[in-house]
Design a protein around this ligand. Structure first.
Ligand code: GLU
Length: 550
């Protein structure tokens, strides 16, 4: 009996590793092409950090004509939830970031390096585990949880490092016949790596984000195959990223400390290791302290949040690129209308520590992004959002599409487009007053500003209607007439004039036009009033101003 017999006894039916090496040939890509991936566990929750990671991965792959794939890491079956894969794919689809290869829904995938779901790759991992057992680089371990517990206690008492290593690795060099007998007996076991590392030796790692880092070598005989026959994350990572041709692993920096182990696994398996780039997490400030965005406390940590709020994917991506590369903002200033694809993302410009999440900034970016949309785009996107989240709004928009397009077209498509919409959920509030049926069905409280006196307000409105309002006027004439109205009532026709001699006037043209604006819309902030009147039409303007209840 030798180790080959042991390997055969444990995994009698797996294919030789050569089979897989041939089945998944080296990718034929141009020099420098980055093959990278997003490798989430289907836990039912997609964190904004996962989207951030995917965005960076996809962008780097695109920039180098490489490949971005999605691999589902479902070997921890306790953590899995139903439809977890669908949730991940939906998140990527919602953000227009579908991968080049990998899972495309719960069951299906595209690409030649699959399966892209780890639970379907069991025999692949076992083939490599078998190979290691044959070479006596891995071995079965029969320790029960109680025995491991006892060992831990002893280590605590002896004040030594915990874990399965060195003299503590009891099953590492057990006589073969004892091992084989236990297997034949049907005893339960796991497979461990026989680590050749030494804790007192250092390895150097050059991380593409974190820079040079030194670690002690791994000397732990870590588990590679669990008792359910599935691999641990570490083992699957090495095998999958080797067979799938990954050249760069981009992942959260909680994995940085696993690098020594991963490099060791690649080496033991005879694979070339990929490069690594460990991303700092997105942080939040709370009471002056920085902490990671938390699934439990922060709704914005869930990718779903953005879809629900109706923040366009482009805005979220733009914001994430802002966090990713400090030179993004400058690039954007110089290239106002460029597509995000044109920005050249660089790993060496990524922050080593976590950037703070800033919702105000995100919404600000979103306003600018939306301000560049045509009215038709705003219409389509709002309908799409409303279809899932606000049926009343959908109805309002669709009732008279042409009218809605006119409303959405106010101050859009010009040099300085309106920037009052940050998310689709803002649209209702921003346009509702433009629909007469909605407007007249509500009781409004008109919050007048500088001019508060009811008689004065009535005078302004009635004189305007009688003498100055004409829907046919062009914008200049329309504005001149408001100036005339102001003058007739004792207000300065220019703000400047008022500022020079305030004692001469009751106020200025701005105060008068504010009265008309509020009387017309029941709000103090609106886009351009001339355009509003044009869209509302003569009847509506007259009715609103005449029927106002002060
Ligand atoms: N499944 C791991 C995670 O959920 C993947 C880490 C990696 O990208 O290698 O974070």
């Amino acid at each position: 009996m030798d180790y080959k017999d042991l390997a055969n006894l444990i995994f009698p039916n797996v294919k030789p590793v050569e089979y897989y090496e041939e089945k998944y040939p080296k990718r034929n890509l141009k020099e420098g092409a980055i093959v990278t991936r997003y490798a989430p566990s289907p836990t039912g929750f997609v964190h904004i950090g996962g989207l951030y990671q995917s965005l960076i991965a996809k962008k780097l792959a695109n920039q180098t004509e490489g490949v971005f794939f999605l691999r589902v890491e479902d070997t921890d079956q306790k953590r899995e939830v139903e439809n977890g894969v669908a949730g991940i794919v939906k998140a990527l689809r919602d953000f227009n970031m579908l991968p080049d290869e990998g899972m495309i829904d719960e069951e299906n995938e595209i690409g030649n390096y699959g399966p892209y779901k780890q639970s379907l790759r069991k025999e692949i991992y076992q083939a490599y585990a078998k190979d290691l057992i044959e070479k006596h680089l891995a071995y079965p371990c029969f320790d029960s949880p109680e025995e491991l517990d006892q060992m831990r206690k002893k280590q605590e008492e002896a004040k030594v490092r915990p874990g399965y290593y060195g003299v503590w690795a009891t099953w590492r060099e057990k006589p073969l016949d004892e091992v084989i007998e236990k297997i034949k007996n049907g005893d339960s076991y796991i497979i461990r790596l026989k680590s050749m590392g030494r804790e007192d030796k250092k390895i150097k790692h050059h991380d593409l984000i974190k820079g040079n880092v030194d670690f002690p070598e791994n000397d732990q005989d870590i588990v590679i195959i669990k008792s359910d026959g599935l691999p641990t994350y570490h083992f699957a990572h090495a095998i999958d990223d080797h067979l799938m041709g990954t050249t760069l692993v981009i992942r959260g920096d909680e994995w940085l400390s696993s690098v020594p182990l991963h490099l060791q696994l690649f080496q033991t398996l005879g694979f070339k290791a990929p490069k690594y780039a460990h991303l700092a997490p997105i942080m939040k400030e709370e009471n002056g302290n920085k902490r990671k965005l938390s699934k439990r406390k922060d709704p914005e940590s869930a990718v779903e949040f953005y879809a629900k709020e109706g923040i366009p994917d482009e805005a979220v991506k733009e914001y994430l690129l802002n966090i990713a590369n400090s030179n993004f903002e400058q690039w954007r200033k110089a290239n106002k209308n460029a597509k995000l694809e044109e920005f050249n993302l660089q790993l060496n410009k990524m922050g080593v520590s976590g950037a703070l999440f800033d919702m105000i900034k995100l919404l600000d970016i979103s306003k600018t992004v939306i301000s560049k949309y045509t009215k038709e785009e705003v219409y389509e996107e709002t309908i799409k959002w409303a279809n899932s989240y606000d049926k009343d709004l959908k109805q309002l928009l669709e009732k008279d599409k042409d009218y809605t397009l006119c409303v959405l077209g106010i101050e859009r498509g010009n040099e300085k487009p309106r920037k009052d919409i940050a998310k689709w959920s803002d649209v209702k509030e921003n346009i509702e007053y433009m629909y007469d049926d909605v407007y007249f069905s509500k009781e409004h409280t008109y919050e007048f500003q500088k001019i508060q006196d009811k008689e004065e307000i009535k005078k302004i409105i009635s004189l305007y209607l009688e003498k100055y309002f004409n829907i046919e006027d062009d914008k200049q004439t329309w504005f001149d007439k408001i100036k005339d109205l102001a003058e007739e009532l004792g207000y300065a026709r220019e703000v400047k004039m008022y500022k020079q001699e305030p004692e001469k006037y009751k106020g200025h043209v701005g105060d008068v036009s504010t009265v008309i604006r509020i009387a017309l819309t029941a709000r103090a902030n609106t886009p351009d009033m001339y355009e509003i009147m044009q869209v509302l039409g003569e009847n509506s303007v007259v009715k609103r101003l005449k029927e106002i209840k002060l």
